[in-house]
Design a protein around this ligand. Structure first.
Ligand SMILES: NC(=O)C1=CN([C@@H]2O[C@H](COP(=O)(O)OP(=O)(O)OC[C@H]3O[C@@H](n4cnc5c(N)ncnc54)[C@H](O)[C@@H]3O)[C@@H](O)[C@H]2O)C=CC1
Ligand SMILES: O=C(O)[C@H]1O[C@H](OP(=O)(O)OP(=O)(O)OC[C@H]2O[C@@H](n3ccc(=O)[nH]c3=O)[C@H](O)[C@@H]2O)[C@H](O)[C@@H](O)[C@@H]1O
Length: 433
């Protein structure tokens, strides 16, 4: 099938490379020329395992990138993989989606005079966005009504950063919300090799349901982590080990052992914005999402609690504190809404001198937060050298082998339950255990 993909970030690039791998012909439409050049040169604009090879294999044959929207006319289906960030008040910001839909509609106008086209929203959007915002913009620009050759569908994406390719090619579910049977059939055909897997469920539903499934999924996962954090905080008060408690709780298959790691909480480019968008959307609909508000409140409190634990042992004023890990989770250099940055803010507020180390994310912090007054270390050992205390903010596997010999005071507060040699420390404290 000929497929165009608008937006070539984490999702668009992964979808493009994987669909090319499945045998489809892909055109990526992207406004960032550097990304277009990288893709056409066979290079991955983002780091994800298995992506570079797939792009190198297919660039110049089944995979090409362009800044020209007109090229979508050569394709049968277009996926919108545009960013859906947060507005200042936390609500869903649709300006980029609207702009992309306008350009797409305009580009599709000549094609729709003679041929059909399916537009699929893959970005995370609140219920109603596909039918009430994207659809009408496409109709106005293309001069064709939905159902009259222009078809609409919503197909949310559940991949995780760090395992994007494997998650896309081997998902637990493919969710399709479509305006017509033909649109759903086109997507079933496109995903045929994935749907042939026994482990992958196909969910065919309405467009609004498809939109909400994505938010409900992320809200559930974020809530699960906040709940284990709350239980972890309670366990700590009782002097009980939350990891032992939750490992046993997870044996109940209604609960499951996955996503049970308590500690500093959730960050990243997805959970925070999606939970906030759902809360804002629910309020707009007249519903008060009290539980989701609490889920965010528990998450927001963890960094301060972590620094509080450190302050029980170290006078933070002018203290050199090693911050181990900056990315929002291991396996990625993404620092958006990383809990590590909240820890640093609290440390700075309390007069400490943070010295940060991360194996891959320091460049991104420097670039995004040039005014952040912290020192960057060359290695974890460097960060720990002469430190009056240390915190673990990201559970990079290499931190399991830390040596604390060079520390001025061997005090470690672990926000991620890593596997360090506790006997080598004067104080080992866990945030939730
Ligand atoms: N990153 C993730 O792990 C996941 C993200 N999502 C959702 O997918 C959507 C896209 O997210 P990401 O790929 O992470 O975003 P991203 O920010 O990594 O990439 C978006 C790309 O779109 C490009 N772009 C912006 N405006 C454009 C336009 N008018 N025309 C063409 N290209 C344009 C940008 O230059 C950028 O390369 C969001 O709604 C997000 O919530 C869903 C599942 C997973
Ligand atoms: O909508 C999205 O974009 C994506 O958001 C998340 O994926 P991601 O943000 O890449 O990362 P996760 O692995 O889910 O971790 C999110 C945060 O939760 C934290 N976490 C996760 C699991 C856990 O047990 N404990 C915990 O604190 C992680 O450290 C991280 O900060 C979802 O897992 C994906 O299914 C979804 O597609």
């Amino acid at each position: 099938m000929h497929v165009s993909i608008v937006g070539s970030g984490y999702v668009g690039t992964t979808v493009a490379a994987c669909l090319a791998d499945l045998g489809h012909d892909i055109v990526n439409v992207e406004i960032d020329e550097d990304v277009v050049d990288a893709l056409n040169a066979g290079e991955a604009p983002i780091h994800e395992e298995g992506l570079e090879q797939r792009i190198a294999d297919h660039a110049g044959s089944r995979l090409e990138a362009t800044t020209e929207y007109a090229d979508v006319r050569e394709t049968d289906v277009t996926f919108l993989c545009l960013p859906t960030p947060q507005a200042d008040d936390g609500s869903l910001e649709l300006a980029l989606m609207r702009a992309g839909a306008e350009m797409l509609g305009e580009a599709l106008a000549p094609k729709l005079e003679v041929d059909d086209h399916l537009v699929v929203v893959k970005s995370t959007v609140l219920p109603g966005t596909t039918e009430d915002v994207v659809g009408p913009i496409l109709e106005a620009e293309a001069g064709t009504a939905v159902g009259d050759g222009l078809e609409l569908a919503m197909n949310p994406e559940f991949l995780r950063m760090g395992t994007a390719v494997a998650d896309f090619l081997e998902p637990e579910k493919v969710v399709i919300g479509a305006t017509s049977d033909d649109a759903a059939a086109t997507l079933r055909e496109l995903y045929a090799p994935i749907l042939a897997r026994e482990e992958t469920a196909l969910v065919e539903t309405g467009i609004r349901e498809a939109e909400l499934i994505k938010y409900a999924n992320n809200a559930f996962l974020a809530s699960k982590v906040s709940l284990v954090n709350e239980l972890g905080n309670v366990a700590r008060e009782y002097g009980a080990d939350a990891y032992e408690v939750l490992a046993a709780v997870g044996l109940d298959d209604r609960i499951s052992e996955r996503f049970m790691r308590s500690g500093l909480g959730w960050g990243g480019s997805c959970f925070p914005k999606d939970v906030d968008a759902l809360r804002a959307g629910a309020r707009e609909q007249g519903y008060d999402p009290a539980l989701l508000d609490a889920v965010v409140a528990v998450n927001d409190a963890q960094p301060r609690r972590l620094v509080g634990l450190l302050a029980d042992h170290v006078d933070l004023e002018a203290a050199r504190i090693a911050v181990l890990g900056l990315s929002f989770k291991p396996g990625t250099d993404d620092v958006r809404k990383s809990r590590a940055l909240d820890v640093i803010d609290v440390l700075l507020e309390r007069g400490a001198r943070p010295v940060a180390y991360d194996p891959v994310a320091m460049g991104n912090v420097r670039e995004r937060y040039p005014d952040l007054e912290i020192e960057y270390a060359e290695s974890a050992d460097d960060a720990l050298s002469g430190a009056d205390g240390a915190v673990v903010a990201t559970d990079w596997p290499e931190f399991d082998d830390l040596s604390f010999d060079g520390m001025a005071r061997r005090v470690l507060v672990d926000g991620r339950r890593i596997d360090v040699d506790r006997d080598a420390l004067e104080v080992y404290e866990g945030l939730t255990w």
